[in-house]
Ligand binder design. Structure first.
Ligand SMILES: Nc1ncnc2c1ncn2[C@@H]1O[C@H](COP(=O)(O)OP(=O)(O)OP(=O)(O)O)[C@@H](O)[C@H]1O
Ligand SMILES: [Mg+2]
Length: 440
């Protein structure tokens, strides 16, 4: 039996949770459209229509105001519809104006356009809502070739990379523990320019002296140098970056414009981890300052910010979650008005505490037992939900549970990608382009 959760006010006004099991021979009937509507509510200025129950046409709506109060997760194995769901959720947040989004778009599928499995192109955020979305790119040439209208080209300076970034990159760069330790020593010795200076040392004698002074082992240093050389080959890195990407992102977000950063050809995970971590750390610290100022002065707080990351286990695995900015954000909930939307095909790789802090989880089909256990940990009715989850179709179906819905529910995800689907967003009063034009 599934019970209804939710806040006290909602419960007083709406459907009531069951307190007892019905007595024997109580009459039962199937929930009608109006029953479902009574529980899940209609689409309105807070609620966004995300899908329908499997055998009904009624809309299941998500309370977006509740959603953005906590970090949330979208899970499912490859090809089950995570990206399509995420795109819908982003549109919901954008339409209802409950939050601004910063999306680290690893495969360049949220900003301008994505594709469906049938090979058809589907519109993404900026084509649908040009005035509300800015596309930033790390790969100008690739964006230009795809005819994306971009707003900013992101360059990153060596001096913006800190030892904390290296902690996250330990696995992907194959660094040893002592090599990461050595980064801290080098940063103390050389300051902000530690990376550039470390790469500059060529002379054997000089190297020897430095290593002796800092008591770093020769093999540790070679291991580190190889890792740093990999980073220094990333084409968007420069000794000194000309523009301030963080400042520019914040400027857009402050104006209520959503920012999608596309990675173009740089889809390898080193680039993704490095850039997402580095930018998020600095954006979070500015948000924190603004929030503290606003609380001190009792003035307007910054708009809630939702940061979307893919391959979330890379940032939030138990080995790193306690040391990185993403772990901090997930744990502090929305203390500073910043939350995460994490997307992952391997939720068992995410730290348990982080998983337990997530407000709402939307999960498509998962077939690995450990992944299923990690997504459902701590949920009441776990064994029932487990069998529900394992029976989902292999795409476009999802189980939703948590703060943004009154009770766990399975949906067929709202259709996305047809002319009609785009038209529906515009009849919700927001899409700014003529639908005919969109369909070109
Ligand atoms: N809401 C939807 N509307 C229309 N088609 C959908 C929807 N959800 C999923 N699909 C179909 O399923 C395919 C896979 O979805 P999607 O790309 O979102 O999977 P994914 O979980 O992100 O996969 P991966 O892990 O490989 O990134 C899409 O290309 C599309 O054809
Ligand atoms: Mg995807």
């Amino acid at each position: 039996m599934l019970t209804i959760g939710g806040d006290a006010k909602g419960l007083l006004e709406g459907a009531q949770p069951v307190k007892t099991v019905p007595s024997h021979f109580s009459p039962v009937k199937l929930a009608s459209q109006s029953d479902v509507e009574l529980v899940f509510g209609r689409e309105d200025e807070k609620k966004f229509y995300l899908g329908t129950p499997l055998d009904m046409e009624t809309k299941i709506c998500l309370n977006l105001e509740e959603l953005v109060k906590r970090s949330n997760g979208i899970f499912g194995k490859s090809g089950t519809g995570k990206t399509f769901l995420t795109r819908l959720l982003l549109i919901g947040m954008l339409q209802k104006g409950r939050a601004v989004n910063l999306v680290f778009d690893m495969h360049s599928e949220y900003g301008w356009e994505g594709s469906s499995e049938a090979g058809r192109k589907v519109k993404a955020l900026k084509q649908l809502f040009p005035a509300k979305v800015a596309v930033f790119t790390l790969d100008e040439e690739n964006s230009r070739r795809r005819k994306v209208s971009t707003d900013f080209v992101v360059r990153i300076g060596y001096d913006e990379i800190t030892p904390e970034d290296m902690v996250l990159l330990r696995q992907t760069l194959n660094l040893t523990e002592p090599a990461v330790e050595a980064v801290y020593q080098l940063a103390r010795r050389f300051g902000r320019r530690w990376l550039e200076r470390t790469l500059e040392i060529k002379d054997a004698e000089e190297t020897k002296e430095l290593l002796a002074e800092l008591s770093i082992h020769e093999s540790t240093f070679q291991n580190l140098r190889r890792g740093l050389a990999t980073i220094s080959r990333l084409p968007f890195l420069e000794a000194h970056a000309p523009d301030n990407a963080v400042g520019s992102i914040l400027e857009y977000l402050e104006r209520g414009i959503n920012v999608v950063l596309e990675f173009g050809r740089y889809t390898d995970v080193t680039a993704y981890i490095l850039v997402a971590n580095l930018l998020t750390r600095r954006i979070h610290s500015q948000y924190r300052e603004k929030m503290e100022k606003a609380m001190g002065e009792d003035s307007a707080r910054p708009v809630p910010l939702v940061i979307t990351i893919e391959e979330a286990h890379r940032f939030l695995n138990p080995g790193v979650a306690s040391q990185t900015i993403f772990g901090t954000i997930a744990r502090e909930m929305r203390k500073y008005n910043v939350t995460l939307l994490v997307i992952d095909q391997r939720p068992s790789g995410i730290d348990d505490e982080v998983m337990s802090q997530m407000g709402t989880k939307i999960t498509c089909l998962l077939d690995n037992e450990r992944d299923i256990d990690s997504v459902l940990a701590g949920v009441s009715g776990k064994s029932e939900l487990k069998s529900v989850l394992s029976r989902l179709e292999s795409r476009q179906q999802a189980l939703i549970f948590g703060h943004a819905v009154p009770m766990p529910v399975v949906i067929r995800t709202r259709e996305y990608g047809s002319a009609e689907s785009y038209r529906d967003f515009s009849t919700a009063g927001e899409a700014e382009q003529d639908v005919e034009e969109l369909w070109d």
